[in-house]
Design a protein around this ligand. Structure first.
Ligand code: FMN
Length: 317
């Protein structure tokens, strides 16, 4: 059983990957997407998105970090994928799900779901450019406007030689709205033979169980639920091994929140504003799972310096 930590641009960076994978349960992480236009990017870009490349492609607790690429030109995607493989990436994932207008206008992300032959060409080019022992995967949504292209796109990914596919069970037009369409995961899983990872709206152990029941899959990717409920991966993993473990308590989460500014400080050049934004961002996700995060957020929302925010959280929650 595999649990992947989702790519989330501007949220799940190196530091969050380190914190969350240290709690246990994850088999892999995926980086935020690296946008490929038409040429080879310099090493510094790849090291910025995936500092783990400097340490064997793994988080400090040893979870492999797959590098995600987004782009519409097969040759450029292939050239960059080949290079990242040489830098030591343990896997390459291709993003066919990003709904951003900017990215879609430049023919990358979810807009490609309208053109299965282009999905095939991109995956094929990347697969051919990367040594066979390094997995190449694709992450798709169910479609752009509706779910009809889901099967054709999944077949295109498979026919192009992908090692596995991740399916975010929403269309581009669905955005991130609830509920994800887990029943489509079942249809796709029945239609293809490569392994499939299901994604969308798995926020609790019970969600995981229901998603498995509906879709027939066991391997999942956790997105917002991983941030809201940081112990979710290890809870799911333990449960599938017949164990019951306690949810992570608020004091442990608070200790992780305190840790985040320490991790961000060395590279912060914004007088702490960036750190404040990142703290509030994580608190916002945590609010849906922890009452203490909800009350803490009310306490600190007006404050702009992160030291005060941390002090207030420690005092009041
Ligand atoms: C803020 C944000 C940033 C995201 N960035 C990426 C990304 O860089 N690459 C990608 O494939 N998906 C990205 N996603 C989609 C997530 O990986 C995931 O597919 C989606 O959130 C659905 O899962 P969830 O319902 O468990 O959150 C992003 C989602 C959010 C909310």
């Amino acid at each position: 059983m595999k649990i992947h930590l989702a790519p989330m641009e501007g949220v799940l960076d190196y530091h969050m990957r380190a914190i969350l994978t240290d709690l246990g349960g994850y088999s892999h992480c995926v980086t935020e997407f690296v946008r490929i236009i038409d040429r080879l990017l310099p090493n510094k870009v790849f090291y910025r998105y995936c500092p783990e490349l400097r340490r064997g492609g793994q988080t400090p607790s040893g979870t492999p970090v797959i590098v995600q690429l987004l782009g519409g030109i097969p040759e450029a995607m292939a050239e960059n994928a080949h290079h990242i493989a040489k830098l030591g990436a343990p896997g390459i994932d291709i993003n066919f799900g990003c709904p951003s207008r900017l990215v879609n206008r430049k023919a990358g992300g979810a807009v490609l779901l309208k053109e299965p032959h282009r999905i095939y060409d991109i995956v094929r080019a990347v697969r051919d450019a990367v040594p066979a022992h390094i997995p190449v995967s694709a992450k798709i949504r169910l479609g752009y406007d509706d779910c009809q292209p889901a099967l054709e796109n999944a077949h295109a990914v498979q026919a192009a030689g992908a090692s596995y596919i991740t399916v975010h069970a929403r269309t581009k037009m669905d955005g991130y709205k609830h509920p994800a369409r887990w029943e489509w995961l079942a249809q796709i899983n029945e239609a293809i033979t490569i392994p499939m990872i299901g994604n969308g709206d798995i926020n609790t152990l019970d969600d995981y169980r229901r998603c498995c029941e509906i879709s027939g899959i066991q391997d999942v990717m956790l997105g917002r639920g991983a941030l809201a409920n940081p112990g979710l991966a290890r809870q799911i993993k333990a449960n599938t091994q017949g164990e019951d473990i306690e949810a992570i308590t608020w004091p442990t989460i608070l200790a992780l929140l305190v840790q985040l500014p320490e991790l961000l400080k060395p590279s912060d050049i914004s007088n702490g504003r960036y750190i404040t934004t990142r703290l509030k961002q994580w608190l916002t996700y945590l609010r849906s799972h922890y009452g203490e995060a909800q009350s803490g957020f009310q306490q600190v929302r007006a404050f702009k310096d992160y030291e005060t925010i941390i002090a207030r959280l420690q005092l009041h929650t």
